[in-house]
Design a protein around this ligand. Structure first.
Ligand code: KG4
Ligand code: ZN
Length: 359
């Protein structure tokens, strides 16, 4: 029996098993992260090795440096995740790895590493969509959360409003026409001279500023629930250049606060327009749940605005705890559990898919 057939049979057995523990690896960008997750919900270990120090000098992620650093860190991070979970590789039930989207070289490092381990140990391997991983981070923080729910996915590469109809089943309701929210934060941070990664630094600085100090235009979009951030970014850059040309000292905290307010308002206004629309409200009487996912869901103001919006609209709010908002291995292990339960396993010809979509 070949590896794939054996994996499929093992997955069928695991679907009946009470406790399933998955070792997962995430290497799509600049974090080498591994975790051991029980039944998609419980974190037995979660190790994140950040490469920020390596990329800071260049003001952003350098793909070649990221791939090499993943290669060097993979084994160590996996060993540590197993050790902290108190398990050996043999004692795990299945393996999982991010297959996309992300940087191709970085993804390939993780995919090849886990293919080798899975084949050698005779364990099923599940290739996971990174964005599905971000959504699944909510299952780790909120053991009671079950689909269906609405989810605002806001990361470095995505700004999506999706309906999570079931585990692994998504319907796209809105998306960005240009930049993602995280990307906009990073670019604005760079204009203020803040080091990479800009998003969290903008957030911290913004806490000390006046969000009404500068007015930025409201983005125009094609659909009522779509997003656009490039106009906001350009207006922000022009504001900063105007101040510089007049020789004024940049009020950085006020600028950061004003930009953050504009981005968060755009994100939340659209989400609120959707949940208060007659058709959505009529369809969702029984399950009024709103979740957020991805790096930008760590943003303090976005979390405050989401809480206020859900209060107004009578929705239950779900957000991953802060360390699970940004890239980690635990979310990949959670997503993999629900794929594995449906018998979805990967063959050894699985490839990295840098442009993989959620829907
Ligand atoms: O989800 P993530 O870790 O990686 C991707 O899949 O893209 O998201 C990273 C993005 C970066 O753009 C980062 O600046 C942004 O999330 N980010 C934040 C915050 N924390 C991370 N943006 C605003 N406020 C934050 N607190
Ligand atoms: Zn991510």
């Amino acid at each position: 029996m070949d590896y794939y057939e054996a994996s499929r049979r093992k997955a069928e057995e695991l679907a009946k098993q009470e406790t399933v523990r998955i070792l997962s690896l995430e290497t799509s960008c600049d974090e080498t992260a591994a975790a051991v997750i029980e039944n998609g919900r419980k974190i037995l270990s979660n190790v994140v090795f950040s490469q920020i120090d390596l990329h800071e000098l260049y003001g952003g992620v350098v793909p070649e440096i990221a791939s090499r650093a993943h290669m060097e860190a993979c084994d160590r991070v996996i060993d540590q995740a197993l050790r902290e979970a108190g398990m050996s590789l043999e004692e795990t039930d299945a393996l999982a790895v991010t297959k996309g989207p992300g940087l191709v070289g970085a993804l390939l490092t993780g995919v090849n590493c886990m293919k080798g381990l899975a084949f050698a140990a005779g364990k099923p391997l599940v290739g996971v969509n990174h964005i599905e991983g971000h959504v699944s981070a909510n299952y780790l923080t909120h053991p009671d959360l079950e689909p269906p729910f609405l989810c605002l996915v806001v990361s470095g590469g995505h700004s999506h409003l999706v309906e999570v109809e079931d585990y692994g089943v998504y319907r796209l309701l809105g998306q960005t026409a240009d930049d993602a929210a995280g990307e906009a934060f990073d670019k604005a941070a760079r204009v203020l001279g803040l080091p990479y990664p800009g998003g969290p630094r903008m957030d911290r600085l913004a806490e000390e500023g006046n969000p009404e100090a500068f007015s930025l235009p409201k983005p125009k979009t094609a659909g009522p629930y779509d997003y656009s951030f490039s106009g906001l970014k350009t207006a922000f850059i022009n504001t900063v250049h105007g101040l510089e040309q007049r020789g004024e000292t940049l009020p950085k905290a006020d600028l950061a606060a004003s930009f953050r307010r504009a981005v968060c308002r755009e994100l939340m206004d659209k989400a609120e327009a959707l949940v208060s629309s007659a058709s959505w409200a009529a369809d969702h009487q029984g399950h009024r749940a709103f979740a957020m996912a991805g790096g930008v869901s760590a943003n303090r103001e976005l979390r405050r605005m989401a809480a206020a919006m859900c209060e107004r609209q009578g929705l239950k709010l779900y957000m991953p705890e802060i360390p699970l908002c940004t890239d980690n291995g635990a979310m990949i292990g959670s997503a993999a559990y629900y794929r594995l339960r449906r018998g979805e396993v990967s063959a050894l010809n699985m490839n990295a898919e840098p442009a993989l979509r959620l829907v």
